[in-house]
Design a binder for this molecule. Structure first.
Ligand SMILES: CCCCCCCCCCC/C=C/C(=O)SCCNC(=O)CCNC(=O)[C@H](O)C(C)(C)COP(=O)(O)OP(=O)(O)OC[C@H]1O[C@@H](n2cnc3c(N)ncnc32)[C@H](O)[C@@H]1OP(=O)(O)O
Ligand SMILES: NC(=O)C1=CN([C@@H]2O[C@H](COP(=O)(O)OP(=O)(O)OC[C@H]3O[C@@H](n4cnc5c(N)ncnc54)[C@H](OP(=O)(O)O)[C@@H]3O)[C@@H](O)[C@H]2O)C=CC1
Length: 283
């Protein structure tokens, strides 16, 4: 059962209906719990029915699921149709399903490049079009918010060139569609997220996982709850004010280009030296 929100009013999203792709696991699951805690009805989607069923069962009232592959338009239409049949409206789409594998850029096979593009760019576009066409575009008084989950930092990550390119494409689409669909009442926001304490992160090489927190100024991994709060916040009316924007939640990794603390000036304990105070001016 999703408990009450620690920071939002229980009726913040009352009467709203959301689809969360990848809602059966990790970040998507936590975001779903927070949307439920804020009063929304949530339909979670993913390919594995048993995973979705277990999550919907655990999160309880207000949460249901439709299984499907976000890369396939027929599946996307079925997910959206299922949500509309159940609830009669759609207000929020969280394009959270996504991912990649850890590989140096020159070793990315063409097939792997396409797989990452197809999941992250096409999957996001396919779901976005399916929802917008079925529920929002050309319907006065309708409209809603799309939250696209992308990846920060934006200035390059080791072994993540394919996803960097894919997520940049999603952010570009977010900005353009926000302008094109504005008069239909549709807002799109990207949430560029850093390194989170999830089971999914642990599939990466051990040293990457170990250093992931140390390499950002915040000096810790993001917490799933923090991601969930951001999603609920963007799903609230403020999302319309942020339409076209990419919001980062990354421990300040986007503001820094190297390891943290800066290796060249930190001592062996990782302490950055401070400037000596100047002598007191003569009285
Ligand atoms: C100093 C410290 C620096 C710290 C830096 C920290 C950096 C960490 C930042 C982390 C940011 C992001 C984190 C996350 O996103 S966690 C969530 C992770 N979850 C997922 O990734 C789930 C979804 N992902 C996938 O399902 C797959 O990765 C994929 C997108 C590839 C799925 O596509 P599909 O199912 O269509 O693909 P296939 O499995 O059939 O593979 C197709 C081809 O892709 C190539 N491939 C796939 N996996 C690998 C691999 N592990 N290694 C090499 N190549 C791979 C390959 O060509 C596949 O074809 P073949 O199978 O025929 O070879
Ligand atoms: N964890 C982290 O530190 C970070 C995560 N992110 C991003 O956040 C999002 C969520 O990640 P996280 O929860 O950690 O990882 P998960 O691997 O748990 O989430 C991926 C989810 O997407 C679903 N999914 C994957 N492919 C498809 C598909 N073709 N159709 C439908 N659903 C699909 C999966 O379910 P199923 O396999 O059943 O289809 C799964 O529920 C991803 O976009 C990820 O890249 C970004 C930065 C950091």
């Amino acid at each position: 059962m999703a408990g009450p929100s620690e920071i939002f009013r229980p009726d913040l999203l009352a009467g709203r209906v959301a689809i969360v792709t990848g809602g059966g696991t990790n970040l998507g699951r936590q975001a779903t719990a927070e949307l439920l805690a804020c009063g929304a009805q949530v339909v979670i989607a993913g390919r594995r029915e048993e995973v979705l069923a277990a999550t919907a069962d655990e999160l309880g009232e207000g949460c249901s699921y439709v299984s499907g592959d976000v890369r396939e338009r027929a599946d996307a239409d079925r997910i959206v149709g299922g949500a509309l049949d159940r609830h009669g409206r759609l207000d929020v789409l969280v394009n959270n399903a996504g991912g990649q594998y850890f590989v140096p850029a020159e070793a990315i096979a063409a097939k792997g490049w396409r797989a990452v593009m197809r999941l992250n760019v096409e999957g996001t576009m396919t779901m976005t079009h399916a929802v917008a066409e079925a529920a929002w575009l050309g319907r006065p008084g309708a409209g809603g918010t799309v939250i696209n989950v992308t990846v920060s930092p934006h200035h390059g990550m080791p072994a993540m060139a394919h996803t960097g390119a894919a997520r940049a494409a999603v952010e570009a689409l977010t900005a353009e569609l926000a302008e094109r669909w504005r008069e239909d009442g549709v807002a799109l926001v990207a949430a560029a997220i850093g390194r989170f304490d999830t089971e999914s992160l642990r599939k990466y090489p051990e040293i990457v996982v170990r250093q992931a927190a140390r390499s950002v100024p915040l000096q810790r991994l993001g917490r799933m709850q923090e991601f969930a709060w951001l999603v609920a916040f963007l799903a609230s009316p403020v999302g319309h004010g942020l339409s076209g924007t990419t919001v980062t939640l990354d421990g300040a990794a986007d503001n820094w280009w190297g390891a943290w603390p800066p290796e060249l000036i930190a001592d062996d304990e990782g302490t950055v030296p401070t400037e000596a105070r100047r002598a007191e001016p003569p009285a």
